[in-house]
Design a protein around this ligand. Structure first.
Ligand code: SAH
Ligand code: SF4
Length: 349
């Protein structure tokens, strides 16, 4: 399911544990990992030469074996409406990914990508239309978050794996990235403020429930009717609605935390009375919060926006299900969920 990282990904292919292993193999002290993580993700240096508290021999070995290649900013768009910012980065091997920065009051949330492209093929999603190029390494994810914070000149308070890619199809690297973001030597973001959004890979949800940190989970449901979901999200046909519901119940029982259920409303497809009834049945008895998102139109995808968000919310709340309509951000720069593509790279925009 996962595509290998290119060997040229260098230090960005490693999480802290990987860095500690590399250091241990060279007989270096463990505290060197703290120093390196601090230089990379708290201070953000572009070369090993700037890591002045490391011995020169170690700096030389790092440069040779774990090259440090900063993300190259290819494109940046700033919303005139709400200062939402969208970024297209070029990675060391030429692959491109996007991130979004969402300022709101004293919070700055960064939406980061976990893969270049995505193999899941969801019909309403721009990323899904292009297929998977490759997995990202932990450092490539943490670095997106750091760079967006740097661009805003503010501390990042929240990060969500809701950019391109399916995080649980790249589980280990995503967890390594969350840990670099959570690490006091790294970005220092509280675990509860780090969220993974999955299209519903059950084994990933089960693993995530058992992680020691209190990371937050979001699950993209989009329909509680199996046939509708199969059409919208062909990549997760085997992760049936009933298995998904059971996984969410176990997750809540194991963690005591409330996951969110993402539901992009598509007129005439998943906003009908039968669909809303199925959604109510899915949520009843589960500890969840439903986020209703009017679907963002994507060229080539057959999805139109319903005016039904408030109606569906009222139906859910009336049935005792916690639900809100998610505020739209950055509409003038197409920064919303599902609109991230690699088309800037292809020179089409
Ligand atoms: N692959 C993961 C995370 C990235 S997608 C997942 O699917 O959850 C982030 C969110 O954007 C998901 O909830 C996804 O379903 C949603 N999304 C994708 N395309 C969208 C669109 N056109 N309009 C609204 N939401 C969309
Ligand atoms: Fe992949 Fe998520 Fe898009 Fe589906 S919605 S194609 S899982 S990025």
């Amino acid at each position: 399911m996962t595509a290998p990282l290119p060997s040229g990904a260098g230090v960005a292919a490693l999480d802290r544990a990987g860095l500690e292993d590399w250091l241990a193999r060279r007989g270096e002290a463990r505290f060197r990992a703290s120093q390196i993580v601090r230089w990379l993700y708290a201070r953000g240096v572009a070369t090993y030469d700037e890591m002045t508290d490391l011995p020169a021999a170690l700096r030389g070995a790092l440069a040779e074996e774990l090259p440090l290649t900063p993300l190259v900013l290819e494109h940046r768009a700033v919303s005139r409406i709400d200062d939402t910012r969208r970024y297209l980065w070029r990675l060391a091997d030429g692959a491109t990914v996007e991130s979004v920065g969402l300022p709101a009051g004293d919070r700055l949330t960064v939406c980061f990508s976990t893969q270049a492209g995505c193999a899941m093929g969801c019909s309403f999603c721009a990323t899904g239309q292009g297929g998977l190029s490759r997995d990202l390494g932990p450092g490539e994810m943490a670095e997106q978050v750091r760079r967006v914070g740097e661009d805003f000149g503010r501390r990042v308070t929240n990060a969500v794996a809701m950019g391109q890619g399916e995080p649980f199809a790249n589980y280990d690297a995503t967890l390594g990235a969350l840990r670099l973001m959570n690490d006091p030597d790294g970005l220092g973001i509280g675990a509860r403020h780090l969220t993974v959004s999955t299209c519903g890979i059950v084994a990933g949800i089960e693993r995530f429930a058992a992680e020691p940190e209190q990371f937050t989970l979001a699950v993209s449901l989009h329909s509680a009717v199996q046939e509708t979901r199969d059409r919208l999200m062909p990549g997760v046909r085997t992760q049936t609605v009933s298995r998904l519901r059971a996984a969410l119940a176990s997750y809540a029982a194991a963690t005591g935390r409330r996951p969110s259920v993402e539901f992009a409303l598509i007129a005439g497809v998943n906003d009908t009375p039968a669909e809303v009834d199925a959604l109510v049945r899915f949520c009843t008895g589960l500890l969840v919060h439903v986020n209703l998102i009017p679907v963002n139109p994507v060229p080539g995808a057959d999805a139109t926006r319903p005016d039904a968000a408030a109606r569906v919310r009222d139906a859910l709340v009336g049935a005792g299900v916690e639900a809100t309509v998610r505020a739209e951000r950055g509409v003038d720069i197409e920064a919303a969920c599902g609109q991230l593509t690699q088309r800037h790279a292809a020179g089409e925009a």
